[in-house]
Design a protein around this ligand. Structure first.
Ligand code: DQA
Length: 146
């Protein structure tokens, strides 16, 4: 199966951006670890980071057409603002997992609401970059169960 991994705005700075909150691992480290895990399970992972809402939406549309089984998405700040990303995910029929590196519920109140959670099959927050690995585990396990 194929899984799309989507990272929203500012996550290109992972590793150097507020490391006390988001850690020192880079986005390339995260994506490489996911590709490795997927490969072992016979899966394919396609990763995209974008600072542009429309580009993330285009990637969600592409996932509808290429047989992607699941989307793992950290919408970053768009989590809290984007009805458009929610609408795009609602048009995708596979599994959707929402990942936040930090525990958004422990932070400012504007981070407590997520539009994407209205669609997500699972939400992971506060596990650091391990959250992406946990989401991929969930995708693979759900596919085995059928
Ligand atoms: C984030 C949390 C968001 O509130 C924030 O805007 C981000 C990253 C996280 O991974 O913890 O950019 O999604």
């Amino acid at each position: 199966g194929k899984v799309r991994v989507l990272h929203g705005p500012n996550l290109n700075l992972l590793g150097t951006r507020q490391p006390e909150i988001y850690g020192r691992e880079t986005l390339a480290d995260v994506d490489n670890a996911l590709r490795e895990k997927a490969l072992l399970a016979g899966w394919e992972v396609e990763c995209l980071q974008s600072n542009h809402e429309g580009e993330l939406i285009d990637a969600i549309h592409a996932a509808r057409l290429d047989g992607s089984v699941a989307i793992i998405i950290n919408p970053a700040a768009y989590t809290h603002t984007s009805v458009a990303i929610l609408d795009a995910l609602n048009a995708f029929e596979g599994q959707v997992y929402e990942v936040h590196i930090s525990n958004v519920h422990k932070r400012e109140s504007f981070r407590h609401h997520s539009y994407v959670s209205l669609r997500a099959d699972g939400v992971i927050a506060g596990l650091g970059t391990q959250g992406y690995q946990a989401a991929l585990d969930a995708v693979i396990k759900a596919a085995v169960k059928g």
